[in-house]
Design a binder for this molecule. Structure first.
Ligand code: ADP
Ligand code: ZN
Ligand code: ZN
Length: 740
């Protein structure tokens, strides 16, 4: 008897699969990865086959049969990967599996189907019929002539446009003069082109050396079946491509992908959020054409489904996309690239809180692929762990721009947000009709609104945070979306003198518009780029302008390549340093160095100004010197002393709920349980309060451990036990392994 072990696609943590089902003949070919509709108690549910067996521990009469098997599921190696993610990130099997199943499987069954179109072909008799005078109508004759002229099959819609309708074609078909058929059509997403065009280049020595090392990894592999036993660290190698901005990393990825294809293997290229990196996508598409598929959440359901199937069926062999592309159904994978590997978007924020970089490592290890992590500002983790490939110079030997650090301490706030030197540089830019980028990592008009008379501060009623004033739309909570009208006066004391402190991107935009006129100023932040395509539109406008300024949040520092930018400015560069987070240094370094890298890519060179209250901070000093190695050496030393990652692993457990007593009881119980079960080298901290969010109180536990797997297992067991004991009733719990 054949048994399918089926993991139901439900998120109830208490439900523990997999469950056994008897496989009847009528279901045909069912394997690991097949999606089944199964009876479950009195309900029906979708489930995924995670294993096959010859027998079951249950007596046959207690085994149910699946109702039906759905169309193509995920390949077995991806099923294993999905289950690994579920375990590794303390999620449910269903959530892990949803990552690897065909798009849309778990949400609504079969709402996106393959699309097909009708086609018409000539038959052996077509030409002869045209020659003889066998009573063809004029439309029939026209159709046959078109077919013979074309010498290929035609779409029915093409003929319809010429006045040959369905009825004509059917009559011809009945006479055996044409053949009608259906052909699958793939919906292909359109991509936009932004930035410098992709022309083939001759790689320089450093690029060639990097490619050679990657290719050696591709070639140095054993057969897949030998590899299965060694679970970790890919045979192909884990490489860090450290190249300053504009050093030609993308050209290395392109050459490496080419090498993988030549060897019959596939490639995944992970990029930060897709809206941010249209350039990378279009460079791959213009090099590899239809062999590239893109997968991301902004595609329509049909496009996403079709791109997935193009990969699954091997029509496309390279997938470019953001973190979820780590799960692309590519067989015989040879290469996984993770571009801008320092980017925070690789960590998923919702459950499962997976890190696509870790998924990439795992998958590369599983299939013997080479994993390449690229960045100008690598993470300390990568610096420590991976073999390094260096691209030390910009292509064409252009110098990195000079960076000036401007000390903003002791300045009077009334002088405005621009230092005199910054103002001069902008005025100079206007005089020379140049292009510049200004980064202010806060959106809105001002981030603190308070009453100068009585000190009242405007805060979100549902979250413990300040409301941000926006120029036209009033006060916003950036955490929950709460909005209220901007006040004309203080409701407590009636004063009309309100203080608007902490200039955001809208205010800087206004200021620059005055300063730079008549040059145009473009604002790029998540407000201005909110509508679909908004981000791209703003970048294209900036690109098309002969001169002007792009101002905005960290979005302006990402990925694009505008050769004519000659000035970069960062206002309040240490804002990110003030976050109470052990990654604050790393993030600040990356932000400053990346913005500096946007400037001076062309022949005119460039200049960068960094305004800061912390001119001595290591992150700022080293970023100004473009010295990632020095920054990382110091940062790793600091991490080692404090036992922070990569010298330990952090797991964050967050509980939220509206009943404070219940919340505290559950958090306390979880802590007590962890104290019993965590490995000896692990410590638990908390429960500590986190700021209220959407009216719900929050508590957080933090586990710091040298031994990752044992700590993850203990946390998973503790959370599952608490869920089973109903201690988490009316609370929500989120586990974040490798909390950022
Ligand atoms: P990165 O990804 O490191 O920022 P890119 O690969 O985008 O760098 O390269 C920056 C620019 O330099 C691109 O326009 C690219 O086409 C060009 N480029 C890269 N390598 C070379 C080369 N060897 N010779 C000439 N131009 C190159
Ligand atoms: Zn007041
Ligand atoms: Zn709020």
């Amino acid at each position: 008897m054949s048994i399918a072990k089926v993991e139901p696609l439900t998120n109830a943590r208490a439900l523990r699969g997999p469950f056994d089902y008897r496989l009847p003949e009528r279901l045909g070919d069912v394997g690991v990865g097949t999606v089944l509709l199964v009876p479950f108690g009195s309900r029906r549910m979708l489930g995924v086959v995670v294993d096959l067996a010859e027998g079951s521990a249950l007596p046959p009469e207690r085994l149910a049969e699946p109702i039906e098997a759905l169309e193509a599921g995920a390949p077995p190696d991806l099923i294993r990967l999905g289950l690994w993610v579920a375990r590794e990130y303390c999620s449910t099997p269903a959530r892990g599996l949803e990552l690897v199943l065909p798009p849309g499987t778990a949400t609504a069954r079969g709402q996106t189907r393959a699309r097909s179109e009708s086609v018409v072909e000539a038959t052996a008799d077509t030409r002869a019929a045209l020659g003889s005078h066998t009573g063809l109508g004029s439309r029939q004759r026209a159709a046959l002539e078109r077919l013979c002229d074309a010498g290929r099959e035609l779409r029915a819609t093409e003929l319809a446009a010429e006045g040959v309708g369905r009825d004509v074609l059917r009559r011809l078909e009945r006479r055996g003069l044409v053949r009608l058929g259906e052909r699958a059509v793939r919906r292909r997403p359109a991509t936009a082109r932004i930035g410098a065009p992709a022309h083939p280049v001759r790689l320089d020595a450093a690029q060639r050396a990097a490619v050679a090392r990657i290719v050696a990894g591709l070639d140095g592999q054993k057969a897949p079946q030998q590899r299965r036993s060694s679970a970790h660290a890919s045979q192909g190698g884990e490489l860090l491509l450290h190249g300053v901005t504009g050093s030609g990393k993308t050209e290395v990825y392109l050459a490496a992908a080419e090498a993988a294809l030549v060897r019959g293997r596939g490639a995944i290229v992970l990029v930060p959020e897709i809206g941010m990196t249209p350039q990378a996508v279009s460079r791959f598409e213009s090099r590899f054409g239809d062999r590239v598929a893109v997968l991301h959440s902004r595609l329509g359901a049909g496009e996403r489904r079709d791109e997935w199937h193009r990969l699954r069926e091997g029509e496309a062999r390279i997938c470019v996309g953001p973190r979820s592309a780590a799960f692309a159904p590519i067989s015989g994978l040879g290469l996984i690239v993770c571009d801008e590997e320092h980017d925070t978007s690789y960590k998923q924020e919702g459950d499962p809180r997976y890190d696509a970089r870790e998924v990439a490592r795992r998958r590369a290890a599983d299939c013997g692929a080479v994993a390449v992590f690229g960045s100008a500002t690598p993470r300390p983790e990568s610096w420590l762990r991976f073999e390094r490939l260096e691209l030390p110079r910009r292509v064409d030997g252009r110098a990195l721009p000079a960076v000036e650090v401007i000390d903003m301490r002791g300045r009077d706030g009334r002088e405005g947000p621009l230092a005199p030197r910054t103002r001069e540089a902008l005025v100079d830019l206007r005089a020379h009709s140049g292009k510049g980028i200004v980064l202010i990592n806060r959106r809105g008009w001002s981030v603190h609104l308070s009453c100068r008379e009585c000190g009242r501060a405007w805060r979100c009623p549902d979250c413990d945070v300040s409301l941000v004033l926006h120029r036209v739309s009033g006060l916003h909570c950036h955490h929950c979306g709460h909005r209220e009208a901007a006040p004309a006066k203080c409701p407590d004391c009636g004063s009309v003198t309100l203080s608007r402190a902490g200039a955001g991107s809208e205010r800087i935009e206004r200021l620059l518009a005055k300063l730079m006129a008549p040059l145009p100023v473009f604002r790029l932040d998540s407000d201005s780029a909110a509508d679909p395509g908004g981000h791209l539109r703003i970048l294209s406008e900036f690109q098309a302008a002969a001169a002007g300024v792009l101002v905005g949040t960290q979005m302006v520092a990402k990925g694009h390549d505008f050769p004519d930018v000659v000035l970069g400015v960062i206002l309040d560069a240490d804002a990110t340093l003030r976050f109470p987070d052990f990654r604050a240094e790393e993030r600040t370094f990356a932000l400053v160095a990346q913005l500096a890298g946007r400037s001076g890519r062309g022949a005119r060179g460039g200049r960068v100004l960094v305004q800061t209250l912390a001119p001595g901070a290591a992150a700022i000093r080293h970023a100004a010197a473009h010295d990632a190695a020095a920054f990382l050496a110091g940062e790793l030393e600091r991490r080692r002393e404090l036992a922070y990652p990569p010298f330990s692993h952090l797991i964050r457990i967050e509980l939220a709920g509206s009943d404070l007593a219940r919340l505290e009881a559950a958090a306390g119980a979880l802590r007590a349980e962890l104290d019993e079960t965590l490995p000896a080298d692990a410590t638990a901290l908390g429960p500590a309060p986190r700021f209220r969010l959407r009216g719900r109180e929050r508590r957080q536990l933090l586990v710091k451990s040298g031994e990752r797997a044992a700590a993850v297992a203990a946390v998973r067991a503790a959370v599952e036990a608490a869920a089973a004991a109903r201690e988490l009733r009316e609370l929500s719990v989120a586990v974040d392994v490798d909390a950022q």
